[in-house]
Design a protein. Structure first.
Lengths: 301, 301
């Protein structure tokens, strides 16, 4: 195709361009209106003190204030904790589940794949309301079982204690995050050259050797993709927080996305909230770039 | 020796998988069984044992569903040519369900149209600005979409679609993941076939309709189910855009139930069941396409 493109005459290519943009028009309409425009608006608004109705240009004032705002810094730390814990756990775990179920019969494989995908399908709201009930101090299942077994002498407020609240968030986030990576890993393992694995088995290689020498290099692109999407999703952790703890107790579980929501839709400080959004986007971009660098470096070694 | 170790590893991993599967299925079980328990059964008193299973230690009741369906509204209401058209009277919860279905179906249809057209030309046409446009799409996918929530709200208010289903549908359609996915599927079309259609005198539209469309059918399946579930679960966007009670989606509806009375677990679980069971059924029916969609979307392009 590229050879043909080279030999294309400018007239033909111009015609091709007109046709292509006509085909692209519907997609571009929605993309420009509802993705590009709001992005640009967000960046512009972040330089103003916009609130309900009006606002004037304030330069980088919002950004300077952000880094002196203890709640923002606390939320950023929480977000980074969530990312740093959940990304490796989700990646390692989904890789393990993926390899374990890959070796099973097709029916068992699709059963497990389905089960681990269910929390993604049912959506955060249904997942969170039931977990919140199970975690409840007086009416929750966990406390009932723990006190019944004599481990606790009375109900413990899992979501109300700053020491455990964030861990609960991470646990629930975990159940809603591993579905997609597992599907990806099962598919990626299916593409590993089976003749190489068989040859290695004949030569007496151990499971671990086969995994690290043959399978791991072959699935590195998938791992990179899994790491990047899990990072992006964990950074945006919001629904869970809003429905489970509302950022409490005392901002112990507030994330940047949650604080952004609160600032924008409870305090109506749009400019300040948009500055948070821009900072979050930059942080995510930096993390993704770093992961690309690390993983690609590992691949070429 | 090694054989024994291998066997015990397999047994260990199967046991661990089953335990995990139970952990993942249990919340769903707890939602469904919780929704048919009456107030006495749902609150666990200290010293009593947990009521696990309907029909054995719980006598199932539909009281929670009666409660959920108590408040009513019209199915739809719109004004045209000076007349007001109203639909039949239905329970509010079903109206929420209807809103969710409407949003998901419209987003699905529009995404399929816009993304298939755009994906096809990005994969198969050589035109000016192609590389730049594709880069822009990919960058947009990598950006956190929640950071544009605030500007999106201002934009929707400006366009007059705030507080309607369209405020959720349009941004979902604008998100370029679908374009990317359909480009992946379109890459598999043999260029010779397009060439043959052109030589036979088929125009661009005809070529797309009768050559390209049948070839990317699996892509439509994948994109359709993917967009449907995404739109259904796009909680943050729904939360910001839809504030009128009648415009709410089922997810927002349950979140509202939780915030108005967080201890009426029976009612909340009935809502959660109504929100999750239909989408799970849809997922199970179209599972094959879904898996394919996730995997194709991940392949680097």
């Amino acid at each position: 195709m590229s050879k043909q493109a080279m030999s294309q005459s400018p007239v033909l290519r111009r015609r091709e361009t007109v046709v292509s943009y006509l085909f692209l028009l519907p997609a571009l309409f929605f993309f420009v209106c509802f993705v590009v425009t709001p992005m640009a608006m967000g960046v512009v608004t972040s330089l103003t003190d916009s609130h309900m109705g009006g606002g004037s240009f304030v330069g980088l004032k919002n950004y300077v204030e952000l880094f002196q705002d203890p709640v923002f810094l606390k939320s950023m730390v929480n977000t980074v904790i969530i990312v740093v814990v959940s990304v490796p756990v989700v990646t390692v775990f989904s890789l393990w589940v993926g390899s374990a179920i890959y070796e099973m019969r097709a029916s068992a494989r699709s059963f497990f794949r389905c089960v681990f995908y269910l929390p993604v399908v049912t959506g955060s709201v249904a997942v969170v309301v039931v977990w919140r009930w199970m975690f409840h101090t007086y009416n929750g299942l966990f406390n009932h079982l723990l006190t019944g077994a004599g481990i606790l002498d009375r109900g413990f407020s899992f979501l109300g204690d700053p020491r455990t609240a964030l861990a609960c968030v991470i646990l629930i986030l975990f159940t809603t995050s591993i579905g997609q990576p597992i599907v990806l890993y099962v598919a990626a393992l299916g593409n590993v050259d089976s003749s190489m694995v068989e040859a290695a088995e004949v030569d007496g290689a151990t499971r671990m050797q086969i995994f690290w020498r043959i399978k791991w290099p072959a699935i590195t692109p998938t791992t990179l993709y899994v790491v990047v999407i899990t990072t992006i999703n964990s950074f945006q952790c919001f629904a869970l927080i809003q429905l489970l703890t509302s950022g409490g107790p005392n901002y112990a579980t507030s994330t940047v996305m949650y604080y952004l929501y609160e600032t924008a839709f409870r305090q109506y400080q749009y400019g300040y909230a948009d500055a948070m959004g821009v900072v979050l986007a930059i942080v995510i971009a930096l993390f993704s770039a770093l992961q690309f660098k690390v993983m690609n470096g590992g691949a070429t070694e | 020796m090694r054989n024994g170790r291998k066997k015990s590893y397999v047994v260990f991993s199967v046991i661990l998988l089953i335990v995990l599967a139970i952990l993942f299925l249990f919340p769903l079980y707890w939602i469904v069984t919780g929704s048919v328990k009456d107030k006495a059964d749902i609150l666990i008193k200290a010293g009593e044992s947990v009521r696990w299973i309907p029909f054995t230690d719980v006598s199932p009741t539909l009281a929670n569903y009666d409660n959920l369906f108590r408040s009513t509204t019209e199915l739809f209401r719109f004004e045209a040519f000076g007349y007001t058209v109203t639909g039949p009277e239905i329970p509010m919860a079903l109206r929420w369900l209807f809103n969710s279905v409407f949003i998901s179906v419209m987003a699905m249809l529009l995404s399929c149209i816009t993304a298939s057209l755009a994906g096809y030309v990005l994969a198969k046409k050589r035109f000016y600005g192609r590389a730049a446009l594709f880069t822009l799409f990919v960058c947009a996918i990598a950006l956190p979409k929640q950071v544009i929530l605030i500007p999106l709200l201002s934009l929707s208010t400006f366009l007059g679609i705030a507080n309607t289903s369209w405020a959720v549908i349009c941004p979902v359609v604008g998100w370029p993941f679908g374009v990317f996915l359909m480009k992946q599927f379109s890459e598999t079309i043999p260029s010779e076939m397009l060439e043959a259609a052109r030589i036979d005198g088929a125009g661009e539209v005809r070529t797309f309709w009768s050559v390209v469309m049948p070839l990317i059918k699996p892509g439509f399946g994948a994109l359709a189910i993917f967009t449907f579930i995404n739109a259904w679960n796009e909680y943050p966007l729904q939360l910001v855009m839809l504030t009128d009670n009648v415009e709410k989606t089922i997810a927002l509806g349950i979140a509202g139930l939780q915030s108005s009375d967080s201890t009426d677990y029976g009612l909340i679980m009935a809502g959660a069941a109504l929100a999750s069971v239909p989408i799970i059924i849809i997922f199970l029916i179209f599972q094959k396409y879904f898996t394919q969609g996730i995997t194709m979307g991940a392949v680097k392009g």
